[in-house]
Design a protein around this ligand. Structure first.
Ligand code: 5GP
Ligand code: ZN
Length: 144
């Protein structure tokens, strides 16, 4: 729908506007393809445990410990590699939410693990930046 409107309009648009419509369509497509964007926007089901203007947290579908929560930015950021200067405050928010949820889950005192897998070698399978909050049992070593 969006792309057919754009195709019909394109010949009549000056190139800067055409460029703009193309990048908007690219952004919308990325959001509709991304499972975590769909969860953030309430278009896919998940057990959401926190949501605010910048961050959403929900239970991992395949938990590896009694508590396994994913904390994600509401806006689509592919990975740590795609972070920009303007995201500094947002990253602080994600960690603050992680800390609050750890307390809420009763795992703060015993300790927990926060993990951000990044890229193929980092084991990232969903290309929407997320912090794993894992706890409720002693963590295993070594990592990696
Ligand atoms: P990664 O491997 O990218 O660091 O972590 C992705 C995590 O997302 C995995 O732990 C996986 O179980 C979880 N996951 C993948 N798809 C879904 C989903 O549709 N819903 C939820 N709640 N978690 C998901
Ligand atoms: Zn996304």
């Amino acid at each position: 729908m969006t792309s057919s409107v754009r195709r019909n309009l394109d010949p009549f648009l000056p190139w800067p506007l055409r460029h703009l419509t193309e990048s908007i369509v690219r952004g919308v497509n990325k959001m509709t393809d991304c499972i975590f964007c769909r969860i953030v926007n309430n278009r896919a089901r998940a057990v959401i445990v926190h949501q605010d203007d910048q961050a959403t947290a929900f239970r991992d579908i395949h938990p590896v410990a009694p508590t396994h929560i994913l904390i994600v930015p509401n806006k689509h950021i592919e990975s740590v590699n795609a972070l920009e200067a303007e995201d500094e405050q947002l990253m602080g928010r994600l960690f603050r939410v992680a800390r609050q949820l750890a307390a809420q889950e009763g795992i703060a005192e015993n300790g927990y693990r926060l993990i951000i897998n990044t890229g193929a070698y980092g084991g990232q399978t969903i290309p929407h930046l997320h912090i794993h909050l894992i706890g409720g049992k002693p963590m295993r070593y070594p990592m990696g």
